[in-house]
Write a protein that binds this ligand. Sequence first.
Ligand code: SF4
Length: 366
Amino acid sequence: MPKPGELTFVAPRGAKPPRHLADLSPAERKEAVAELGEQPFRAKQLSNHYFGRMSNDPESWTDIPAASRGKLTEALLPELMSVVRHVSCDDDETRKTLWKLFDGTLVESVLMRYPDRVTMCISSQAGCGMNCPFCATGQAGLTRNLSTAEIVEQIAAGMRDLKSGSVAGGEARLSNVVFMGMGEPLANYNRVLSAIRRLTDPAPDGFGLSQRGITVSTVGLVPAMHRFADEGLSCRLALSLHAPDDELRDELVPVNTRWKVAEVLDAAWNYAEKSGRRVSIEYALIKDINDQAWRADLLGRLIKNQRVHVNLIPLNPTPGSKWTASRPEDEREFVRRLQAHGVPTTVRDTRGQEIDGACGQLAAAG
Ligand code: SF4
């Protein structure tokens, strides 16, 4: 086994991630196992170990003959990523992990313990092509989409560590997953959707997490939002709005030049109706940019009486950036005005601020 941060080889850029059990549907797993000359029922045994027991240690798979274990592990459970480092903060209740993928690409995930739940925030792409000017990840651009298994393995590794008690705070179970790490999940649609199936299919086909515990965030890729609404899932959708008017949103979220605020909100309400879930509107409060009282009123008017909840995020400034967090009094007034429109509003707790500035900075620091 390589040491943390070491990989046995680094593939050239452009190479595809190795195929992994978590890339495959239950039917495809049977085929893959048969191609190796193994009995198809080994697929279920393997799934039971990886998903059901959260074990990636072939030594413990005593129901599979030793010779088959080696073959199956090599073909279907290749090492996809290694830990470059874990960084803890918030009295060890937050653990951020920087991963190195098979081709040397860096991505990150964050595990957060709360009194009543454990949440993991994961990446769906290496980098991000959405180019939001206040975001560290956006500045670096998109490196590539992650494979389904690369998305799932971030969770699987966290679940294994929680199960073994190796995360500070002792043994626990993962309850929530948010696709709010690096990348725009709906720009990597098929792989993200397969990853959601792997996370939520009952064991041993998947990890059996509740769809209601999964949140997918988007900057507002309208056609993909409609497609996602038609999947029949009960995941939560989080829309990164950041401005209620097209003039400012064109600047803060450049994809708005393609799909405007009204269209994006319509797609969000369509999702809310089909999924039966409140949509979460994410709004990073940026001093003197989008935190004016009149913008709070405009936002309140646009979204009142909808199935919605607003999550205000005090901006985590990128070093050297002109964008910075709002003054506390402006933040309070923003909340007050939204609530006056009857819109449920909370200010997000900013876990992980001590260890990095904004999303993507740990990977950017390499
Ligand atoms: S804020 Fe989100 S969507 Fe925008 S560039 Fe950063 S990671 Fe991408």
